[in-house]
Design a protein around this ligand. Structure first.
Ligand code: ARG
Length: 577
C-alpha cells in the first residue's frame, strides 16, 4: 500500500481536469496535529502562475479531486494548504488487506535490472572496518530493491589483482617451500602482509623476485597463476567468514573480481585509442576531460594505461561498466564505496558515456558513504593505531551483547544467551551503521548502539518480541491472524497510518540508496506501537472481544511489518528477548 502515491495520483487527475496537468503535486505527511494526516501544498504556486486567489484554487481542487472512501474530510487552511484527513474505515480496510496479502501487499511491478556493486574488499588484506559500511549498506539496498520487484545483480568487485600480489606471492611460495600449509600461512592476512612488506623493503633481492612474480602473473605463467588462485581462494574464505557472521546475502557466484576483466583491458584501451577518445601522452594512454578542468582551464587527465603498459583501477572500472550495460543488460548501476572515490567514479562515468559504454538511459550511481569514526572523532582504529579487523569487531559485539543481556536477565539459560547475544550484538553493529545518514561520517559507539532505548536494534527487536509475547498470551498465531479491524482511537489511527507507510519508505530507500529512511520508519512504527499498548489495552479482561480481535490485528500488522523491515536490513527477529 502506498498512501503517498495514491494521493499524488488522485490530485494529479484533479489538476488535469482543471487543465493544470503540468503543475507539481507536492503531497507530504502533515507535521502538526490538526493539519490532517497529509497535506497538498501546491495551490499557492498554481495560483501565482494563474494569477488567481490561492484559497479559491485550493477550493477548486477539492471540488475536483476524487477521494471518495479514502478520506473523512478535506479542508483548505491558511493561505491555501489542503489538509487531508484519512478515513478510519478506509485505513482499517487497508491494514486488513496487508494482513491477508502475500508479503504485506507490496507492489512488485516495476521491473528494472540493477547492478549493485558492494563489499568489494581487497584480497591482499583482511576485510577491515572500511568494508563494513559498503557490505551492509549495499546488502540492505539490494534486498529492498528485490522486494520491490527489481532484478538485482550483485557484483562483488573484489580487488584480487595488482602489483602487490608479486610481493605476496614471493613470500607465500617461500612459506610453502618451508612446509607451511597454505591455510596456516594465510591464517592472518594482516600479519602475512606485514611480513611480506618488511621483506620487500629490507631484504636483499626480495623486491626483484616480487617484480618477477608480477611479470609472470601478468603473462599467465601457469605455476604462478596456481599459486595466486590458492592465495585468492583462502582470502575469499576469510571474507566469507565475515559475511556469514554478518548475515550478508553475498555468495561466491556474486564475485566478479578485478582480475575477471584482465582479458578485456587491452581490447578496451585499443577501442578508446582507435576512436580517438583516448590518446597517447608522455608514454601513457589517457583521456582528457575538459568537463573537469581546473581553474586555469587544464582538462583533468584520466589514465587508462600507464607508461610501461600497466592498467589501472580506472581501466577495470570502465571494463566493468561496459560488461554491466552490454552483457548484463543493467538499467541502473549502484556502487557503494567511501566518499573519497567520488572523483574516480565521476570521471569513469564521463568517459564511459563518451565511449558509449554507458547508454544514455542508464543510471550510473556512485553511492558514497562517510567514514566510521571512533568516540574521539578520529578514524576508527585499534588502541595502538592499527586497522580494526572486521572479524574481531563482530566478535566483540557479541561478547558485549552477552554481558549486557546477562546483566538484564541473570536467570537466562546458556543456550538462549548464546543465541540471543549473537543476534543482538551483530544487529546492533549493523543497525547503528544503517540508521545513520549514508553520506555523513558517524561515530561508532558501543553504548549507544546496544541501548534498549532510542533508534537502535535492541529497541526494535524488543518491540517485535513484545508483540510475540502478546500473541502467545492470547493463544493466537501472529502470522495467520486475519480478523476484521476497526480503527477508533487516535493512536490506533496513527498506528494504522504508520503501518501503511511501509512501502513508501521502501521506495525512498530504493531511490536514494539510503537505508536510514527505513530505519527511521521502523523506529517510528515501534514508537507508535508502544503508545498504542498504553492507550489501547489488548488483553485486559474488560476489553470487548471484537475490540480485542481488532487490536490484535493491528499488533499483528505491526509485528509483520517490523519483521519484514528488519529482514530487509539483514536483521533477523527474535521471538523472545
Ligand atoms: N576494492 C575497492 C576498495 O576497497 C572497492 C571497489 C568498488 N567497486 C568498483 N567498481 N570500483 O576500495
Amino acid at each position: 500500500m502506498q498512501i503517498q502515491s495514491l494521493l499524488v495520483a488522485r490530485f494529479k487527475a484533479a489538476l488535469k481536469s482543471m487543465n493544470a496537468e503540468s503543475a507539481p503535486v507536492p503531497i507530504s505527511k502533515s507535521t502538526k496535529a490538526g493539519f490532517g494526516d497529509y497535506q497538498f501544498n501546491g495551490a499557492m504556486a498554481l495560483a501565482k502562475q494563474l494569477k488567481q486567489n490561492p484559497r479559491q484554487i485550493a477550493e477548486n481542487i477539492i471540488q475536483n479531486v476524487d477521494l471518495d472512501g479514502v478520506v473523512e474530510s478535506v479542508e483548505v487552511a491558511g493561505p491555501g494548504f489542503i489538509n487531508i484527513h484519512l478515513s478510519k474505515q478506509w485505513l482499517a480496510e487497508q491494514v486488513k488487506a496487508c494482513l491477508i496479502c502475500e508479503d504485506l501487499g507490496i507492489n512488485k511491478t516495476k521491473q528494472q535490472r540493477v547492478v549493485v556493486d558492494y563489499s568489494s574488499p581487497n584480497l591482499a588484506k583482511e576485510m577491515h572496518v572500511g568494508h563494513l559500511r559498503s557490505t551492509i549498506i549495499g546488502d540492505a539496498v539490494a534486498r529492498v530493491l528485490e522486494n520491490l520487484g527489481q532484478t538485482v545483480i550483485r557484483q562483488n568487485h573484489m580487488g584480487d589483482w595488482g602489483t602487490q600480489f608479486g610481493m605476496l606471492l614471493a613470500h607465500f611460495s617461500d612459506k610453502l617451500e618451508n612446509q607451511t600449509v597454505a591455510k596456516t600461512a594465510l591464517s592472518d592476512l594482516e600479519e602475512f602482509y606485514r611480513e611480506a612488506k618488511v621483506r620487500f623493503d629490507s631484504e636483499e633481492g626480495f623486491a626483484d623476485r616480487a617484480r618477477d612474480y608480477v611479470v609472470k602473473l601478468q603473462s599467465g605463467d601457469a605455476q604462478c597463476l596456481a599459486l595466486w588462485e590458492q592465495f585468492i581462494d583462502i582470502s575469499i574464505s576469510h571474507s566469507e567468514e565475515v559475511y556469514k557472521k554478518l548475515g550478508v546475502s553475498l555468495s561466491r557466484d556474486d564475485i566478479m573480481g578485478e582480475s575477471a576483466y584482465n582479458p578485456d583491458l587491452p581490447v578496451l584501451v585499443k577501442d578508446l585509442l582507435d576512436r580517438e577518445i583516448a590518446q597517447e601522452d608522455q608514454g601513457a594512454n589517457v583521456v582528457f576531460l575538459p568537463e573537469l578542468a581546473d581553474k586555469e582551464g587544464n582538462p583533468a587527465v584520466y589514465i587508462v594505461q600507464k607508461t610501461g603498459g600497466g592498467f589501472m583501477y580506472s581501466t577495470t572500472d570502465l571494463a566493468a561498466i561496459r560488461h554491466r550495460c552490454g552483457n548484463l543488460g543493467a538499467d541502473r548501476t549502484m556502487i557503494f564505496t567511501d566518499a573519497r572515490q567520488a572523483l574516480h567514479f565521476k570521471q569513469t562515468e564521463i568517459v564511459g558515456r563518451k565511449a558509449g559504454y554507458i547508454p544514455e538511459a542508464h543510471q550510473y550511481q556512485h553511492c558514497p558513504f562517510g567514514m566510521m569514526l571512533g568516540k574521539d572523532g578520529k578514524p576508527f582504529k585499534t588502541r595502538t593505531g592499527g586497522t580494526i579487523k572486521l572479524v574481531d569487531l563482530l566478535d566483540e559485539a557479541v561478547e558485549r551483547a552477552s554481558a549486557l543481556l546477562k546483566s538484564r536477565n541473570p536467570e537466562i539459560t546458556k543456550d538462549a544467551l548464546s543465541e540471543i547475544s549473537k543476534t543482538v550484538g551483530i544487529s546492533a553493529v549493523k543497525y547503528a551503521d544503517l540508521s545513520k545518514n549514508r553520506t555523513t561520517d558517524y561515530i561508532f559507539d558501543w553504548d549507544s548502539m546496544l541501548s534498549f532505548e532510542g533508534n537502535t536494534a535492541p529497541y526494535l527487536l524488543y518491540a517485535y518480541a513484545r508483540i510475540r509475547r502478546i500473541f502467545d498470551s492470547a493463544g493466537e498465531d501472529l502470522h495467520s491472524f486475519e480478523k476484521d479491524i476497526t480503527v477508533e482511537h487516535d493512536v490506533e489511527k496513527a498506528l494504522a497510518i504508520k503501518i501503511l507507510q511501509f512501502e513508501d519508505s521502501l521506495i525512498s530507500v530504493a531511490k536514494d540508496a539510503s537505508p536510514h529512511i527505513l530505519c527511521t520508519y521502523l523506529y517510528e512504527l515501534a514508537s507508535v506501537s508502544m503508545k498504542f499498548y498504553e492507550a489501547c489495552p489488548i488483553l485486559k479482561d474488560d476489553v470487548a472481544p471484537e475490540i480485542k480481535q481488532s487490536r490484535l490485528g493491528l499488533a499483528s500488522a505491526t509485528a509483520k511489518t517490523l519483521q519484514k523491515g528488519l529482514s530487509l536490513l539483514g536483521i533477523e527477529t527474535l521471538d523472545r528477548m
